[in-house]
Design a protein around this ligand. Structure first.
Ligand code: 26W
Length: 803
């Protein structure tokens, strides 16, 4: 938008007076932040309503991205950037003596997600608006986001994250768009006068779903889409007979949108979670149908105007819920309703970890959602009947929805969708050949790949302004909307000045990060050291342990020979563990104890440090990633569906140290073997071990003296404070078979780490690798990913054409 500094300053002063009756000298950061937020709302409001109007007038097909999680991060700077007024506002505020960077910290970081899946949804809505795709987000307005993590004596402690405490400037409560969601009760079918079966309900518990809408502002265009998050409330009543039972009921209902479940890739069959899933699914679909009806088209044509995307299985109830509405409210017959439903729905799988696969006890569904239960059973009946004529019965048994007293949500999503995609090439291949092979036999054409992506606006333009400036000076700014243009940077691969500038920028970012660590953790870190970063959820398959064992090997090397020729390193960790995931929490404690041991040892001063940041999340990622030299992507091959921090770190010039897992494979294809550090078992080797059962981790302990010594350190008192954790982790690796092949991959990992040690000493060579990584990262922009979803899955329009 066009905005002069003079106009902005006027607007800002006026808004401050209107909202707070204050002038600038009296105001504090909080008032200034809310004023700026309100001003941005007013700047985008015209385009927001215009965008919606245009969608209606042109009868545009629209896509709705249903996701339990949207891990947005702070929105102030992102909105300023996308409106094109970041510099104007920064300068204008400066004239008032207000520092934008300080103001930004006033905004709470809404942690409405666990990790990769939630952050992906946030990158997607940014990219959809930027690519002018008519698509919106649909989710839950959790009162409490993912817990705040504290370390107490090295242990993770969880605290509530009350992000709404001071209100959320970006949202608008839309009371007129509220809908009712029904739980429990009895349902029966009766013929009406026209002879059609109609469902009747009694004794239901009704919940009012109230939407809160936020603007999703496109970058450098006039598209403003909507993120709609639902809040659960008690429906208004005018005859309250029992006050206390009313209060009790209200609390019970409000608990539905109270808190995000803190589990990542771990399914727990909690009733409240099932309520949450149905709640936002039912509210979202009802609201979509309401909107559709304004176009006065027949429900048979729904799939021509509406696409619904199921982000992992959490919203899989979309399938029976749309069926319910089409059958019961719109009186369609089963076959037409089913045809419409399958054409509307599409589904993304985000994990092959079997413990993540949702299956709900059918009895639980029957009592909570009686009508949905009937519809699921009917879908299952028709599926098994039809498939039995085409496939062997064992296959039909393995693929049916209701089995062993459980409803398998992935099966429901696959059967009810026209498209099923994985999130990286390798992941999709594993789905087709292994995890979902049975379904691939039945529905080969449903399967497709959409490799994940990241929003380069947040992860480069905002997080790393010095790098953005350098790129702009070298190749202009076409890449901002056509990210593969970053390729042009390759022309500078042998340009010493450019490489030196790159090195300087990295150094600056490292110093900034070091300063932050000094301030927040009172820890000094050597900025000449290699900053070696592993930031992601704590999970055994991601193998933070492998990293830690290697750190211990360096520790012994230096202790044995203080003159050892080792490049100084700072190992940076950021990770939350699910509160119920004991093993992951033990690993956190162990890392913290090793950090204490190493960080307090004067002999290791400036050579080795461990920084385990508390409460890792989007805002911390924005500080760490620009400062990273090495990106640790070391999951056991086949286990990480894609990974997305790998892409963010690459885009910021870190060198990837990786197994050939998830999107790492595609990163390697992009930059070539010389510019990435690959190690470890390949996916086929892992499966070979599974087949022949020939991995015996104890042999590695017994036969490898380096490993032997490191593992002994876990149990012989070398690491004070973590005796119990050390023993339990030792046992998991040596005694109980080392499920994720940590010991098997150790040598290969240590060997590439040593190569990194040497490579880093040649600054020009290192920066050349960094440059090639930055140049190759464009293809991993979520702009391309969503453009592919738009054209290949949703069949909705977009501005930029896919690759
Ligand atoms: C019901 C418990 C539960 C909770 C969350 C099961 C599964 C999940 C998510 C699917 C876990 C997740 O976030 N998966 C990650 O998704 C990212 C985005 O596609 C990928 O980059 C990561 O590799 C994958 O682990």
């Amino acid at each position: 938008m066009d905005l002069s500094k003079r106009k902005f300053k006027e607007d800002f002063k006026k808004m401050l007076t209107e909202v707070y009756s204050m002038d600038i000298s009296e105001s504090e950061s909080t008032e200034q932040f809310f004023t700026l937020g309100n001003l941005l709302r007013s700047y985008s409001s015209k385009n927001w309503s215009r965008t919606n109007q245009q969608y209606i007038e042109k009868q545009k097909k629209q896509a709705y991205y249903f996701s339990m999680e949207f891990l947005l991060g702070r929105m102030l700077k992102s909105n300023l950037l996308n409106l094109g007024i970041l510099d104007t506002v920064r300068n204008g505020l400066q004239d008032f003596g207000i520092d934008l960077e300080q103001l930004i910290t006033i905004e709470p970081d809404p942690g409405l997600g666990n990790g990769g899946l939630g952050r992906l949804a946030a990158c997607f809505i940014d990219s959809m608006a930027t690519s002018e795709i008519p698509a919106h987000g649909n989710g839950i307005r959790f009162k409490y986001g993912l817990f705040k993590q504290k370390f107490v004596n090295g242990y993770q402690v969880e605290l509530p994250e009350n992000w709404l405490q001071n209100g959320n400037v970006w949202e608008t409560r839309k009371m007129h768009a509220a809908v009712t969601v029904r739980f429990y009760g009895k349902v029966w079918l009766e013929q009406n006068a026209a002879g059609v079966l109609e469902p009747h309900y009694s004794d239901t518990q009704d919940v009012l779903a109230v939407p809160y809408d936020s603007a999703v502002i496109g970058y450098d265009n006039s598209t403003v889409n909507t993120l709609r998050l639902w809040s659960a409330e008690i429906p208004p009543k005018d005859d309250i007979t029992d006050y206390w039972s009313y209060i009790h009921q209200r609390n019970q209902i409000e608990s539905i949108s109270e808190v995000l479940y803190p589990d990542d890739s771990n399914y727990e069959g909690r009733l409240l979670r099932l309520k949450q899933e149905y709640f936002f699914v039912s509210a979202g679909i009802q609201s979509i149908l309401r909107h559709y009806k304004k176009m006065h088209l027949h429900m048979n044509h729904l799939a021509e105007k509406v696409a619904i995307h199921i982000n992992d299985t959490h919203p899989a109830l979309c399938v029976p819920e749309l069926m319910r509405l089409l059958l019961d409210e719109e009186h369609m017959d089963w076959d037409h309703a089913w045809n419409v439903t399958v054409n509307v729905m599409s589904y993304t799988n985000h994990t092959i970890m079997s413990e993540a696969l949702e299956k709900w006890p059918i009895d639980m569904i029957r009592s909570l959602l009686p009508r949905i239960d009937q519809i699921i059973c009917e879908i299952d009946r028709r599926f098994t009947m039809k498939m039995s004529t085409l496939f062997e019965s064992a296959l039909v048994e393995r693929t049916r929805i209701v089995e062993g007293g459980n409803v398998k949500m992935a099966h429901l999503a696959i059967i009810g969708s026209h498209s099923v995609n994985g999130v990286a090439q390798l992941h999709t291949t594993i789905l087709k050949e292994k995890v979902l092979h049975d379904f691939f036999l039945i529905y080969p054409s449903k399967f497709n790949n959409k490799t994940n992506g990241i929003a380069q606006r947040r992860w480069l333009m905002l997080a790393n302004e010095p790098l953005r400036d350098l790129i702009q000076r070298k190749i202009g700014n076409e890449w901002e909307t056509t990210p593969t243009e970053l390729n042009m940077l390759k022309a500078f691969r042998d340009d010493k000045d450019t490489l030196h500038e790159l090195a300087q920028i990295k150094q600056l970012n490292k110093e900034r990060f070091a300063e932050y660590i000094k301030q927040t953790m009172n820890l000094e870190i050597n900025t000449d050291a290699i900053f070696d970063v592993q930031i992601k959820r704590l999970h055994a398959y991601k193998r933070q342990l492998l990293n830690l064992l290697h750190i211990l090997s360096l520790y012994f090397k230096i202790k044995d020979d203080p003159q050892a020729d080792i490049q100084p390193r700072v190992f940076i960790f950021g990770a939350k563990a699910a509160p119920s995931y004991t093993y992951a929490k033990q690993i956190i404690k162990l890392i913290n104890s090793v950090a204490d041991l190493i960080n307090q040892d004067r002999e290791l001063e400036n050579k080795l440090k461990i920084v385990f940041v508390e409460n890792y999340g989007v805002s911390l990622a924005e500080k760490i990633i620009p400062a990273a030299d090495v990106s640790e992507q070391i999951s056991l091959a086949s286990k990480e569906a894609s990974g997305t921090s790998n892409m963010k770190l690459m885009l910021n010039g870190a060198i990837t140290l990786a197994t050939l897992d998830g999107a790492n494979v595609e990163i390697r294809d992009r930059v070539g073997d010389q510019n990435i550090m690959i190690f470890g078992l390949r996916e086929n080797e892992v499966y070979q071990y599974y087949r022949d059962g020939s991995y015996h981790s104890r042999n590695y302990y017994e036969r490898n003296p380096v490993l032997h010594r490191i593992l002994d350190a876990l149990i012989d008192g070398t690491i004070p404070g973590a005796e119990a954790e050390g023993h339990s982790i030792f046992d998991s690796l040596v005694q109980y078979g080392d499920e994720y092949f940590v010991l098997r991959d150790f040598d290969s990992y240590a060997a590439v780490q040593e190569r990194i040690d040497h490579l880093y000493r040649d600054t020009l060579k290192w920066q050349r690798m960094a440059l090639i990584n930055i140049a190759g990262a464009g293809i991993f922009s979520s702009d391309y990913t969503v453009q592919q979803y738009a054209s290949q899955i949703w069949d909705v329009s977009s501005k930029v054409h896919p690759l």
